[in-house]
Design a binder for this molecule. Structure first.
Ligand code: 5AD
Length: 366
């Protein structure tokens, strides 16, 4: 008897969930309560339902093209102390490194040969990479590879700094907001960091003219479905050009070492909802997603993602840029792992695109 009732309830919930998913697809805005209920009660069938719709939208905007970005991890030196992050300043065990401008340019040259037309320079908040140093670097990359886009992901800076880098030629900036709830933000970060400041940075970046990316971790410590609903609403208000989400993964040398990782299903469901809410957004299937499941990135594509960011840092740097444990590592030659990735995308019906990938375009395939 009780089982029957349970089953009826489940069916009703699923009906309500699908109706919400369809409303998102139509561009309607759901309330925080509606999104929270959806995120706490979705079934595998609801996820499939959202995934199919999301995939269709991706295909109508981007065809079967996947944009690739060459990720260069330029430094793991960081003045911040985020509780989740393996390169936080308190982690005295992390071997630190910083690439030289020469190494970065060589990385770009290699990446260009392999077909990359976007270079993402990501790093900790390392004082060495000040206004002048990044400006020079961006200018050199743009002079040598004028048909390439440069994306920066170097943390919170003054608006004037962001402007200077933009004027030097940087095209895009990634700065995840991490969580849109101030109280939750305070549980993940030291007191000197605030959500308000991070959001101000995001506003500044957008105003300056960068293609701007925000995003959050899924399954981070103390996160609730309501927090994720807030993240979705923040993204809907902010209207970024890029959204980066991936599972939280514990790092053994952080205070969060004993927390469980984020769940694959949750990340995939969120990717689909984000695609429904932002049809043209650039949405990567992240390395962290590929770390919690061997075919995580392929599943991410099938859930609505359309970007991958293979790591093209020199091998020594790749080992040391450890934000979390178990990070997938392309062993040996990078060209080989790019070929493997391309084959695995082909096997699910997608092709890697050569081109900057600013927007759905008719570019050649790799
Ligand atoms: N697990 C997953 N993602 C992490 N990041 C930092 N530490 C972790 C972790 N332990 C993410 C943050 C940051 C991005 C560069 O990496 O969201 O913005």
């Amino acid at each position: 008897m009780r089982d029957e009732k349970n089953e009826r309830n489940l069916k009703e919930t699923s009906l309500i969930n699908r109706e919400k998913i369809s409303r998102l697809e139509k561009g309607e805005r759901l309330s925080k309560e509606e999104l929270t209920a959806l995120l706490s009660s979705y079934t595998p069938e609801d996820r499939r339902f959202a995934g199919e719709k999301a995939r269709k939208i991706s295909q109508s905007c981007f065809g079967n093209g996947i944009y690739i970005r060459g990720l260069l991890e330029i430094s793991n030196i960081c003045k911040n102390d985020c509780l989740y992050c393996g390169i936080r300043r308190s982690n005295r065990q992390a071997p630190r490194y910083r690439l030289t401008p020469q190494e970065i340019l060589e990385g770009c040259a290699w990446g260009y040969e392999a077909g990359f037309r976007t270079f993402v320079l990501q790093g900790g908040e390392d004082p060495f990479w000040d206004d002048r140093a990044v400006e020079d670097l961006v200018k050199r990359i743009k002079a040598r590879f004028p048909d390439c886009a440069v994306t920066l992901s170097l943390g919170e800076k003054e608006k004037e700094t962001y402007r200077r880098w933009f004027e030097a030629g940087a095209d895009r900036y990634l700065l995840r907001h991490e969580t849109a709830c101030p109280e939750h933000y305070a549980k993940l970060h030291p007191p000197e960091l605030s959500l308000a400041h991070r959001m101000q940075c995001l506003e500044d970046l957008k105003e300056i003219g960068y293609q701007t990316g925000c995003g959050c971790m899924v399954g981070s410590p103390y996160q609730t479905a309501e927090h994720l609903a807030q993240d979705l609403l923040y993204m809907q208000d902010f209207q970024p050009q890029m959204i980066g989400i991936g599972p939280f993964i514990p790092h053994g040398q952080t205070p969060f070492k004993a927390f469980p990782p984020g769940k694959l299903e949750d990340v995939l469901f969120l990717l689909s909802l984000i695609r429904l809410m932002h049809p043209r957004v650039l949405l990567p299937a992240t390395t962290a997603l590929g770390t919690i499941a061997p075919d995580g990135r392929e599943q991410g594509i099938l859930a609505g993602a359309n970007v991958v960011m293979p790591n093209i840092s020199p091998e020594e740097a790749r080992k040391k840029y450890r934000l979390y444990d178990g990070k997938i590592e392309s062993k040996g030659e990078i060209g080989e792992s790019l070929r493997e990735l391309r084959e695995s995308f082909r096997s699910i019906g997608y092709e890697m695109v050569v081109g900057r990938g600013d927007y759905p375009g008719k570019e050649g395939t790799l």
